[in-house]
Design a protein around this ligand. Structure first.
Ligand code: PLP
Length: 482
């Protein structure tokens, strides 16, 4: 189903009013159970029409922040008390490790295609949130427009239209690049592989954040690289202070960080910290591979910047794809490898020859025609709403001691359970009820996150999903009692 193309609602009065009220609720100024002004009183107080006041409340109701009680009015329904950030910012000493979490990853992901499974483990917006038919039409249009119906090999560097659009779009994250700086790839994963190969040799050590996306461990392991895990603050990202100490002690050949809305924690490295990180690594000539795959999924007003935008020496290799925003199956990704561009093109020539032509052409045209912009506006709004709805449901059904991350973008929640609960056992118990989650074990080389789980909110919440969350909550409570 296509997401309907909505006009720019942000500009409407009721949206501004809803935002103001939302902030008061999120900041705890308005507390759970507080009675809100009547629609009439709100309209009078704010000098807006009755319909504007009503729409503002409806907006908040959709997000699960307020509830209308029959014959009584509107009340705040958001449960702020459970929203403490997980405390894993404690400093620790580590040495480079073999990057292996493969066995447990395959156990978690082998049965994902099972019929009827509620997949809370997949970090991707579900197809209901994607512009399915518009994208298919764009693909047909792109093939028609192409001189050779997209049948020939594409130039190794990648489809020109797509590269131009990526370069144009870079403006939003503070980039100043041209199509010559972009190399297209099969998804972000291939971009990471080429960039790692361009800057390391087998046996080298790469610094990564912890917890980190398990696919990064697989890539590092397959390239014979060691990992040095850098502690990450749940809100402000990796500890640059820790990294500074680590690179003085360990021969770190490259860093690989997700800087905007990490997977699984959802944290974001603030702009001044991004600049500080780029300067620190530049002072030691250490390349930074920046995975920005979630950068477009921001809930705030503007897209966050990237480390690449502060890069003066060409040492930042930015990697991304449309897998989290438009079409994971299209396998359209890219990198902007700075001074390693020629090396990356040559690696791509050796390994892939060229990327799939029709999907690159389709994504290029989709961005060029403005369809991507419209889709992203809707997707961001929808994901934010889902984030709040999932959070509310988890807070309601899980044990009281549960801590839930508060991401400002992306599509996953990181949940810290009581130390007594083993997340892998919870995963196994959930599978018996046809519910899949990602246990914390797969996001680190050791068992540090064994009481944490990752839940994706990429699938719109339905009665079935709500029920699944309730069951997980019951299972977690049972484990606490055991
Ligand atoms: C941080 C991160 N990087 C890379 C990928 C892989 O992206 P792609 O599907 O475009 O290869 C993922 C997918 O979950 C991810 O979360």
């Amino acid at each position: 189903m296509d997401t309907a193309v909505l006009p720019l609602e942000e500009d409407f009065l009721y949206n501004q009013l809803a935002e103001k009220l939302e902030k008061n609720i999120l900041d705890g100024v308005l507390k759970t159970g507080d009675k809100l002004l009547s629609v009439r009183a709100l309209s009078k107080e704010q000098g807006v029409s009755l319909s504007t006041a009503f729409k503002a409340y409806t907006q908040l109701e959709i997000k699960g922040l307020v509830e209308a009680r029959p014959k009584s009015g509107y009340y705040v329904s958001f449960r702020k008390r459970n929203f403490q950030a997980p405390d894993n910012s404690v400093q620790f000493e580590k040495v480079p490790e073999e990057a292996s979490v493969d066995d447990i990853v395959s156990m978690v992901y082998q049965s994902l295609n099972a019929e009827g499974l509620i997949r809370l483990s997949i970090a991707v917006p579900s197809n209901e949130l994607l512009p399915v038919s518009k994208l298919s039409k764009t693909m047909a249009e792109a093939i028609r427009e192409s001189n050779d119906s997209c049948l020939s090999y594409e130039a190794t560097q990648g489809n020109l239209r797509l590269r131009k659009q990526i370069a144009r779009y870079a403006f939003n994250w503070g980039g100043n690049i041209t199509e010559k700086d972009v190399v297209t790839t099969q998804g972000c994963m291939e971009a990471l592989v080429f960039c790692l190969k361009a800057v390391t040799e087998p046996g080298d050590t790469v610094a990564i954040e912890t917890p980190t996306y398990f696919g990064i461990f697989s890539v590092l392991q397959s390239l014979g690289l060691k990992v040095l895990e850098i502690p990450t603050h749940p809100e402000t990202g990796i500890s640059i202070e820790y990294l500074a100490g680590a690179i003085n002690k360990v021969d770190v050949k490259a860093c690989l960080f997700v800087t905007n809305f990490t997977n699984p924690m959802g944290c974001i490295l603030p702009d001044d910290r991004k600049k500080q990180l780029v300067e620190l690594l530049a002072s030691k000539d250490i390349p930074l591979i920046e995975d920005d795959i979630y950068g477009e999924l921001y809930f705030g007003k503007a897209r966050p910047r990237t480390c690449k935008s502060f890069d003066k020496k060409g040492l930042v290799l930015l990697c991304s794809s449309v897998s989290k925003s438009l079409a994971p199956g299209y396998r359209v990704g890219w990198c902007i490898p700075g001074k390693f561009t020629e090396k990356v093109i040559s690696l791509k020539r050796m390994h892939t020859v060229s990327s799939a032509n029709p999907t690159q052409a389709a994504v290029g045209l989709f961005i060029e025609t403005g369809r991507f912009d419209l889709h992203m506006r809707n997707l961001r709004r929808e994901l934010y709403k889902q984030c709040l709805l999932y959070t509310r449901s988890i807070a309601e059904h899980f044990p009281e001691s549960t801590k839930i991350s508060q991401p400002k973008g992306g599509c996953v929640l990181w949940i810290e359970l009581d130390q007594k609960i083993d997340a892998f056992k919870l995963f196994q118990a959930g599978m018996k009820h046809n519910i899949s989650i990602s246990p914390g074990h797969i996001f680190s080389t050791d068992a540090r996150f064994k009481n944490c789980i990752r839940i994706s909110f990429g699938m719109p919440i339905t009665a079935e999903v709500e029920h699944a969350i309730k069951i997980l909550g019951i299972l977690a409570k049972d484990m606490l009692k055991a």
